[in-house]
Design a protein around this ligand. Structure first.
Ligand SMILES: CC(C)(COP(=O)(O)OP(=O)(O)OC[C@H]1O[C@@H](n2cnc3c(N)ncnc32)[C@H](O)[C@@H]1OP(=O)(O)O)[C@@H](O)C(=O)NCCC(=O)NCCS
Length: 184
C-alpha cells in the first residue's frame, strides 16, 4: 500500500487509533463549517472506514496524515475517484480536512503536493480536480496555491446535497498534468 512522505509529513493508510481523533474533528463545528452537518461517532467511523478501505482497494485515496514528533493523526489529504456523477466526471479529486490546531502551518498544501506528484507521476493521471462551496475560502486558497484554476461556468449543484440547500452550489477547480509539470 502506498505511503507518501514529505519534509514534515507522512501520508499513510488509516489505523484503528485514528477513529477517535477523526471523530473529534467530525463533531467540531469549525472543521465542518462548510459541510451540511457535523458527523455523529457512527457516521465518522463509517466515513473513515470508507475512506481507509478505498486506499486498501485502489492503493490511493484520502490518506491519514501524521506529523512525526508532533501528532500521530491530524486529519487527511489525498486523491480519490469522485463518487458521484457530474458534468466533469469521471474524475479524480484532491481533498483535505485537518483538525483546527494544525491549520495555518502549510500542512494541507505540503501533503497535497505529495498527492499530486503521486497522481501525475506514478498513477499517470491526466487531470485532478477539486471542489467546495464558494464560502470555503481556506480550501480554495489551498487549490490556488497548488496552481489549480476555476472556470465559473463549471460551478455545479452537488448531487449529494438536496437541491436548493444553501450548500448545494459548488465551485470546481482543475489542474492538468502538464501544468503541474511546469511547477516542479
Ligand atoms: C481547508 C484547510 C485544510 C486549509 O487549512 P490551512 O491551514 O489554511 O492550509 P495549509 O495547511 O495549506 O496552510 C496554509 C497556511 O499556513 C501558513 N504557513 C505557516 N507556516 C507555513 C509553512 N512552514 N509552510 C507553508 N505555509 C505555512 C501559510 O501562510 C497559510 O496561511 P494563510 O492562509 O494565513 O496564508 C482547513 O481549513 C480545513 O481543514 N478546513 C475544514 C475542512 C474543509 O473544509 N476541507 C475542505 C473541503 S473541500
Amino acid at each position: 500500500m502506498t505511503i507518501l512522505t514529505t519534509e514534515r509529513l507522512i501520508l499513510r493508510p488509516w489505523r484503528e487509533e485514528d477513529l477517535e481523533p477523526f471523530a473529534a474533528m467530525s463533531t467540531d463545528p469549525k472543521v465542518m463549517e462548510h459541510f451540511p452537518s457535523t458527523l455523529s461517532r457512527n457516521e465518522s467511523d463509517a466515513a473513515a472506514t470508507t475512506i481507509g478501505g478505498e486506499i486498501e482497494t485502489h492503493g490511493f485515496g484520502f490518506w491519514a496524515l501524521e506529523v512525526p514528533g508532533v501528532a500521530p493523526f491530524i486529519g487527511f489529504t489525498g486523491i480519490r475517484t469522485v463518487t458521484f456523477e457530474a458534468p466533469f466526471t469521471p474524475a479524480v479529486e484532491i481533498g483535505w480536512r485537518l483538525a483546527t490546531p494544525h491549520w495555518g502551518k502549510g500542512y494541507a498544501t505540503e501533503a497535497a503536493r505529495a498527492a499530486l506528484d503521486h497522481g501525475f507521476g506514478a498513477l499517470g493521471l491526466a487531470e485532478i480536480v477539486a471542489f467546495t462551496i464558494p464560502a470555503n475560502t481556506p480550501s480554495q486558497a489551498v487549490m490556488r496555491r497548488l496552481g489549480m484554476t476555476r472556470n465559473e461556468a463549471e460551478d455545479f449543484a452537488h448531487p449529494k446535497v438536496p437541491p436548493g440547500h444553501p450548500m448545494s452550489r459548488h465551485v470546481l477547480y482543475r489542474l492538468r498534468a502538464e501544468d503541474w509539470g511546469k511547477q516542479v
